[in-house]
Each structure stands twice: as structure tokens, then as C-alpha cells.
Design a protein around this ligand. Structure first.
Ligand code: B4P
Length: 203
């Protein structure tokens, strides 16, 4: 199994780049943001609870997110690996993920961390807000709250994986294609040959 974390501040392009990585390498995409938005649109109890936090730019409580991830990992016993997008976002989530993977006798292979400046992030998210319909995208004070949550609670997650020498920083400003090429070089270096053959067949 090849397991990758795509990391970075809100609006750094995790969702955008995940789509391209999945297309080329065929990992199972696991975006906690997408999973939470799906719960909200289906108006489940979990979604109604999560929306209260997301609308304020705050992180959803760890136990909710960890339970959701655990369900998806268990439902995909035979996949070639996971691309974790937007997860883990706190140290407690990182520790829970390590334990879930340990049960499966595998681990995180690499964390690719996108670096994007705050001004660029705010502009990107406001632009997306014009069409996304996301209530957390079109108000600058909510976007700033998301950035503050990232600095206060999420940045430390990179330190957790740095102690195992698993973090690679990637310049996240430039065209989508330029950034994808930099990410892809790091993936190809690490992905096992078996998985590479499967993704070439998919090309
Ligand atoms: P997420 O859904 O994870 O979203 P995100 O941080 O907004 O964005 P991402 O980095 O994926 O950016 P994207 O590619 O879309 O989180 C939303 C909320 O869910 C959180 O605030 C939190 O409340 C909750 N949540 C999610 N996971 C959680 C967890 N684990 N624990 C607790 N709470 C959790 O790109 C952004 C925009 O930039 C797009 O419009 C895109 O087109 C544009 N863009 C991308 N690349 C570009 C480039 N190179 N140049 C210019 N524009 C670019």
C-alpha cells in the first residue's frame, strides 16, 4: 500500500492537485472536506453538527472526523493506497491515523506539503466563493478564521511527520500543471513499482 498525505493551508490547492494525482496514480481519494460537505447536503445528524463549525471557519471536532475516516478505510480493504486530502488536521487526528494504518500493517509513506502565502490564499478562496456556493468561501473574516485554525492547530501536524523524515515541502504558487509536476516527481520516487505499472496501464 502507498499512502500519501497532501497537506497545506486552506485553499492551497489540495483538492485541485488530488484530482490530478488520483487520475494518474489511482489511489483512493479521501477528502474530509468533501465527506463533510456530502453529510451536510444529505442533512444527516453528523452534517448538521459539522456545519455549525464549518460556517464559522472552525475545525470539526476530532472524534467526528476520525470516526468518518475509520469507516472509509474499513470499507476499502483492497485498494492500492489512500490519498489523504485535508486530513489529518490536528495532532490527535495524526495519532489516530497512525494507529488505524498500523492495524492494516501499513503506514504513511510521505507527506507532501504545499506552501502558499496568505494573500494568495485569501484571493483564491474569495474567487472560488463567487461560484462554489460554499458558505465558508465568501466572507473574508471566515477565511481568516480558517487560516488561524490552520496556524493554531494544523501546522503542528507537519512536525509530527517530520520526526519520521516523511515531509517534503512543495512551492504551491504557480500554474496547476507546474505544481502537479513537482508533486508527481516526489510520488514517482516513492511509489512501489507494482502501483506504477497499474497506473501506466490506466494512462
Ligand atoms: P477543505 O474542504 O479541506 O478545503 P480547503 O482547505 O478549502 O481547500 P483546498 O486546499 O482543497 O483547496 P482547493 O484545491 O479547493 O476544508 C473545508 C472545511 O472543512 C474546513 O475549514 C473545516 O471546517 C472542515 N474540515 C475538513 N477536514 C477537516 C478535518 N480533518 N478536521 C476538522 N475539520 C475539517 O483550491 C482552492 C481554490 O484555489 C480553488 O478555487 C482552486 O481552483 C484554486 N486554485 C488551486 N490551485 C491553484 C493555482 N495553482 N493557482 C491559482 N488558483 C488555484
Amino acid at each position: 500500500m502507498f499512502n500519501l498525505i497532501l497537506f497545506g493551508p486552506p485553499g492551497s490547492g489540495k483538492g485541485t492537485q488530488s484530482a490530478k494525482i488520483i487520475e494518474k496514480h489511482g489511489l483512493k481519494h479521501l477528502s474530509t472536506g468533501d465527506l463533510l460537505r456530502s453529510e451536510i447536503s444529505r442533512q444527516t445528524a453528523l452534517g448538521i453538527e459539522a456545519k455549525k463549525f464549518m460556517d464559522k471557519g472552525e475545525l470539526v471536532p476530532d472524534e467526528v472526523v476520525i470516526g468518518m475516516i475509520s469507516t472509509v478505510i474499513d470499507a476499502n480493504p483492497t485498494c492500492s493506497g489512500f490519498l489523504f486530502d485535508g486530513f489529518p488536521r490536528t495532532s490527535a487526528q495524526a495519532e489516530a491515523l497512525d494507529k488505524l494504518l498500523e492495524f492494516k500493517k501499513c503506514t504513511i509513506n510521505v507527506m507532501l506539503a504545499l506552501e502558499v502565502g496568505e494573500e494568495e490564499i485569501v484571493q483564491r478562496i474569495l474567487l472560488r466563493g463567487k461560484t462554489s456556493g460554499r458558505s465558508d468561501d465568501n466572507n473574508e473574516s471566515i477565511i481568516k478564521a480558517r487560516i488561524k485554525e490552520y496556524k493554531d492547530k494544523t501546522e503542528a501536524v507537519a512536525d509530527h511527520y517530520r520526526q519520521f523524515d516523511k515531509v517534503v515541502m512543495i512551492e504551491g504558487e504557480g500554474t496547476v500543471e507546474e505544481i502537479f509536476e513537482k508533486l508527481d516527481v516526489e510520488i514517482v520516487k516513492r511509489i512501489p513499482a507494482k502501483e506504477q505499472e497499474a497506473s501506466t496501464l490506466n494512462d
